[in-house]
Design a protein around this ligand. Structure first.
Ligand SMILES: [Zn+2]
Length: 480
């Protein structure tokens, strides 16, 4: 998909998309309305168009129209519009256009720059489907996407993030028989080569040498080889701070011996979304040549049942020396992250963010509408929140009171991999991770809700790429 600015001039395009707000037309829509003899304002007055968020109205072959197809997309109440809504409405417009191949689509939305950037990401993702293995695609990415309302730098930045989001979505949408730890690592190697990132890939032998006993235990039930991927974007002086991004990459999660019921297992190809998000962000950060240092660590395993599966009651020794009693093999993500976080700390990350589809409990708390944030450093978490808000992504903080940490104390080891019961499961998981970050400022992002959607009409379903834009924004802020 080629993305370029329209600079407001006369344009030959197959499709023109204009934004409407609840009960009002923006400047571009008003100009178009005049050209069309008032048809848009008439539709608005008769409430055929309401301008509600994500509402899509198509006007076909109007004799005065500048394009064969004109689309009006609603952004809701102008004063209430935020990045997440802008992204979602633009994606809905793209989804309505993309069932047929389109050479050229132009968007004129009349949004202020930060909303316009979020909308561009939505427009780019809305036309890329998740039917990777269907001969007949349901959606067709536009050949040319013309965008109005962003300066050249912001346009480039948002379009590079849009590509990163689509990379993440594609990785998440690939089934586990296509993307296993080894293949994920090869994708990472390719992205590193294309973007000039330093890349290190640890195989089983190296993971053993490095004492990654926690991560390796999870991998034991699978015939697939585990991997750990380390990427480095050295955009600033080596002694400048390093932003550490750590991702959970469980390419399929059967639950292990604590086997999931069939229904809960159906979508478990998405359990590597944290690692895929980190990779999508690293692709964007390298393409934008951001003048900052970023270290990425992805822990990659498959959690299966096999003759050598790790067991309940096993005691593992993690890379940092902590011993862990395993009381549920389906709480494997934290075991993978434990060693990945320790590697990031050892490699000099001065601030850490990890992303993981970690707990169902976080989805119970926040639904699919927001990711959960948990931290050991309020100031750092505030920066993550600010970056998310700028990026049009929803993240909500959960508390980390010391008392929650008591739930993961074990009688036989330093800690255990589940809390005392099912209450506060998202937080007890974070308390577990905190044992592996030393005293580095760290924020954990539980993306179990927003990373993968099902049965949401008018929204991008399957992998969503949630978190990519926030990570790139964090790297951008690290420049200052
Ligand atoms: Zn699990």
């Amino acid at each position: 998909m080629q993305v370029s600015a329209t600079a407001g001039g006369v344009l030959e395009t197959d499709v023109l998309v204009v934004g409407v707000f609840q009960g009002e037309l923006g400047p571009s829509a008003r100009a178009l309305d005049e050209q069309l003899g008032g048809v848009l304002s008439e539709l608005l007055a008769s409430e055929e168009i309401r301008g509600s968020l994500g509402e899509v109205t198509k006007l076909l072959r109007h004799p005065q129209a500048p394009a064969p197809l004109v689309v009006a997309v609603g952004f809701g109440e102008r004063a209430r519009l935020q990045g997440a809504g802008a992204r979602r409405a633009a994606a809905a417009a793209s989804m309505a256009i993309a069932p047929r191949p389109r050479k050229s689509v132009a968007f004129r939305l009349d949004l202020e720059p930060s909303l316009s950037a979020a909308a561009l990401i939505g427009a780019m993702t809305g036309c890329a489907g998740c039917d990777l293995h269907r001969a007949e695609k349901k959606l067709h990415p536009f050949e040319q996407l013309h965008w109005d309302g962003l300066d050249a730098e912001s346009l480039q930045q948002a379009s590079v993030i849009g590509e990163g989001v689509n990379l993440t979505r594609q990785l998440v949408n690939q089934p586990a028989n296509v993307i296993d730890p080894e293949q994920f690592a090869e994708v990472a190697r390719g992205i590193a080569a294309a973007g000039g990132l330093e890349c290190e890939i640890w195989d089983r032998g190296r993971l053993e040498q490095e004492r990654c006993g926690s991560l390796l235990a999870v991998a034991r039930g699978s015939a697939k080889e585990p991997r750990l991927v380390i990427l480095r974007h050295a955009g600033a002086a080596a002694d400048a701070p390093w932003l550490g991004l750590v991702g959970k990459g469980v390419t399929f999660d059967s639950g292990g011996l604590s086997l999931k019921p069939s229904d809960s297992m159906k979508t478990m190809k998405c359990d590597m979304a944290g690692a895929a998000t980190v990779l999508g962000a690293m692709q964007a950060i390298s393409a934008l040549k951001l003048p900052c240092n970023v270290l990425a660590v992805c822990g990659l395993v498959e959690n299966m049942v096999g003759p050598d599966s790790y067991r309940l009651g096993d005691v593992l020794t993690a890379r940092n020396g902590r011993t862990i009693e395993v009381l549920n093999t389906d709480a494997e993500g934290r075991l993978v992250l434990a060693d990945a976080l320790d590697v990031a700390v050892e490699r000099g990350a001065s601030r850490l963010v990890d992303l993981a589809t970690l707990t169902g409990a976080c989805v119970v708390a926040l639904g699919h509408e927001a990711a959960g944030l948990m931290t050991n450093d309020e100031a750092w978490c505030a920066e993550v929140k600010a970056a998310a808000s700028t990026s049009g992504e929803r993240m909500w903080e959960l508390p980390m009171y010391d008392d929650y940490g008591e739930q993961i104390r074990s009688e036989v080891a330093d800690i255990k991999n589940v809390g005392a019961g099912r209450w506060a499961g998202a937080i007890t998981a974070a308390k577990f991770l905190q044992e592996f970050v030393d005293d580095v400022p760290w924020t954990h992002i539980d993306i179990a809700g927003p990373a993968f959607l099902e049965g949401k009409p008018g929204q991008i379903n399957g992998g969503t790429g949630a978190g990519v834009a926030t990570l790139v924004e964090l790297a951008r802020r690290a420049v200052r």
